[in-house]
Design a protein around this ligand. Structure first.
Ligand code: WT7
Length: 633
């Protein structure tokens, strides 16, 4: 792929977009031809949203790592592929050329083979942000194993649910990790997670911090020992375009996270194409995406998208405020970062720390800025534009989802119109629509509706692991004939989209997604809790915060202790990232006569809109509402 598919002007975008809609198969076949295939496809696209069945590039064979690595070696062996910046600025950073990344990936791939891992096996990866995490992902892809990365902030209990759901017999982990000033054991969490799982064959342990680790005999193996035994050459397994590449769990409106499945061919074509176009990456640019690899952004735009384009991608182990809130800006100057991609929540929290943490840095290497994960408010947008981009860097506000695999709505940096707080126009090949509550398309501009997509794109979700019906129900059933995103959106007079937020029972906290039911399930497992209802409320830094209304069995005066117990249960069942911001103990939930919790009322109360609660006449016990209003936090 030699960037010949990079769009250069707005006129060109309009023309390409038009072609991509009128002849989608021709369009995508042309984009796909920029990649290296072992065998080309018999059929570009076959689809049926009612089942759903979506097949891209059927009959084609490929390996994504050949496209990420081998393909660049003849010309770019010495070009930097990965820069790793450690948690502490006093430790040394590391760089890997395309040649050395290739060697590391092949080495680990051979180790995985030694462990008995084969094509189609699921491999759970639970690791800190260290280079070995990138090697592990690519090593799985090299041998055709399906990686399932679990964000290292999830608890043992969450890991075990995910391991059981996808039946991962193999795990890759590390001894421990650092997050700011804290050191956190990692392997010990895995041990706890698999204590009662009898099908685990082996656990590969990367030594990152010389932290004492207990090795269980016949199960746990040190990477340092195994890597001595293998070569740095490993032939890539040939994959069918529709073979699974990875599973990534994400929260939905039911209590149980679902395993979103992405496949090899389409995911490669779409992430490669969109990375080049959205960020307008130029050879030798240094690109930094601050997302953790445990989320889809890390998969698509820290690993696969950049490497498919022979880019230099920076991986950061630490956190934005360690050792001080200037760390991001220090790293940008240190590595001469040209393209910087982060989350609105990070921008808001650093903005709140004061401009004095930005002023020491000159940030002159920056050309392009990006945001992802949640709506960005006008004030944060302006601060980012003025103080980080110095008024000269376009900001791409990229809208997408775990399920979409890649960015669907965004400006192309420096090419399409930018409007603060708007994601903007659809990328080529994407056909978004706004639907009204009857499921009819609203064709005019200056409107608001439910955001859906009416035609497939190569990196869209194929299924939810082990439960295809759940995939159909979740995304293809509410509005027949469409992929439904779960978001509400506006379209302005020029056709630019602005995302309003989720319209389902999903809350987005600092760009992390939780189902309200998932948190309620955890709370309800605390002793003395009868039931609970969780809603999202507007939060200055996090976008949305978690507000939990809790009904206790026996009233207690030691409210603080009870709240602590609730938090402990959530940390144990889900992880520390799901801690509620507010917990209110109440004597009952507002329910309809048929027993349905009226979340609308709870949401309004948490938003402070108590004058405007709407119709409460159908409530079983209207007095409850008054009690909740009085006690609100
Ligand atoms: C949800 C998807 C895509 C990677 C990170 C999150 C929200 C995402 C934006 C944006 C407004 C956004 C949506 C979406 N979202 N990007 N640019 N503007 N909202 O992935 O965890 O799958 O969450 O994040 O509500 O549905 P995810």
């Amino acid at each position: 792929m030699h960037n010949t598919f990079q769009i250069k002007t707005f006129e060109e975008y309009l023309e390409v977009y038009q072609n991509s809609i009128s002849e989608p198969e021709k369009f995508w076949a042309d984009i796909a031809s920029h990649f290296q295939w072992h065998k080309t496809w018999d059929n570009v696209l076959e689809w049926d949203f009612t089942k759903p069945q979506i097949k891209w590039f059927e009959g084609a064979q490929l390996n994504i790592t050949i496209n990420c690595l081998d393909r660049h070696l003849p010309e770019k062996a010495n070009h930097t592929a990965l820069i790793w910046e450690p948690n502490s600025p006093n430790d040394s950073y590391r760089t890997y050329s395309y040649q050395s990344l290739f060697n590391e990936v092949c080495r680990m791939a051979n180790v995985l083979k030694l462990m008995g891992i084969k094509k189609g096996d699921r491999v759970c990866i639970y690791m800190p942000m260290i280079p070995d995490l990138a090697f592990a992902i690519l090593a799985c892809a090299r041998i055709g194993a399906i990686h399932s990365v679990i964000f290292a902030g999830f608890s043992a209990n969450s890991i075990s649910d995910r391991i059981i759901d996808s039946h991962c017999k193999h795990i890759i982990t590390a001894d421990a990790m650092s997050r700011g000033a804290k050191q956190i054991p990692v392997k010990a969490v895995v041990d706890e997670a698999i204590e009662n799982i009898d099908f685990i064959e082996n656990v590969l342990v990367i030594n990152h911090q010389n932290w004492p680790v207990i090795y269980k005999e016949n199960r746990d193996i040190s990477y340092d020992i195994l890597k001595q035994k293998v070569s740095v050459e490993c032939e890539a397994e040939m994959m069918q375009a529709e073979d699974e590449l990875f599973i990534l769990y994400t929260s939905g409106s039911t209590g149980k996270p679902k395993g979103v499945v992405h496949t090899c061919g389409g995911y490669m074509v779409y992430t490669g194409y969109t990375f080049a176009n959205v960020f307008q990456y130029q050879s030798k640019d240094i690109y930094w995406c601050t997302a953790d690899i445990g989320w889809i952004t890390g998969h698509s735009y820290m690993i696969y998208g950049p490497l498919l384009n022979a880019a230099t991608t920076l991986m950061f182990e630490g956190v934005p405020n360690f050792p001080d809130p200037g760390r991001f800006w220090q790293v940008i100057d240190k590595h001469h970062v040209n393209i910087f991609y982060t989350a609105p929540t990070a921008i808001r929290s650093l903005m709140a720390c004061g401009i004095e943490h930005v002023l020491p840095y000159n940030l002159s290497s920056l050309k392009t800025l990006g945001t992802v994960g949640e709506p960005i408010n006008e004030e944060a947008w302006q601060w980012y534009f003025d103080h980080i981009g110095k008024g000269k860097c376009p900001i791409v506000d990229t809208w997408w989802q775990t399920e979409t695999g890649g960015i669907l709505l965004s400006a192309l940096a420096g090419i399409s119109p930018i409007k603060p707080t708007h994601a903007g126009l659809p990328l080529p090949g994407i056909q978004p629509v706004l639907l009204n509550s009857d499921g009819n398309e609203i064709s005019e501009n200056n409107v608001e509706g439910y955001l859906a997509v009416k035609f497939p794109w190569p990196s869209m979700i194929r299924t939810t692991w082990g439960d295809h019906e759940r995939c159909r129900m979740n995304y293809f059933d509410t509005y027949k004939g469409y992929y439904f995103t779960g978001d509400g959106a506006k379209r302005d007079e020029n056709g630019l989209y602005r995302i309003i937020g989720r319209v389902d029972d999903v809350i987005n906290v600092s760009g992390h997604r939780f189902g309200t039911a998932e948190i309620e399930n955890a709370i309800n497992q605390t002793p003395n809790i009868v039931e609970s209802a969780v809603v999202g409320f507007p939060h200055d830094i996090k976008g949305q915060g978690i507000y939990a209304f809790v009904v206790v069995e026996n009233f207690t005066t030691d409210i603080e202790n009870l709240k602590m117990q609730i938090i402990e249960t959530i940390v144990e069942k889900i992880g520390r990232i799901a801690k509620p911001d507010k917990i209110q103990i109440i004597s009952g939930l507002p329910k309809t006569r048929s027993g349905k919790i009226m979340r609308r009322i709870l949401r309004k109360i948490t938003e402070g809109e108590i004058e405007n609660l709407g119709d409460t006449s159908t409530l079983l016990d209207p007095l409850i509402v008054e009690e909740i209003i009085k006690g609100r936090i």
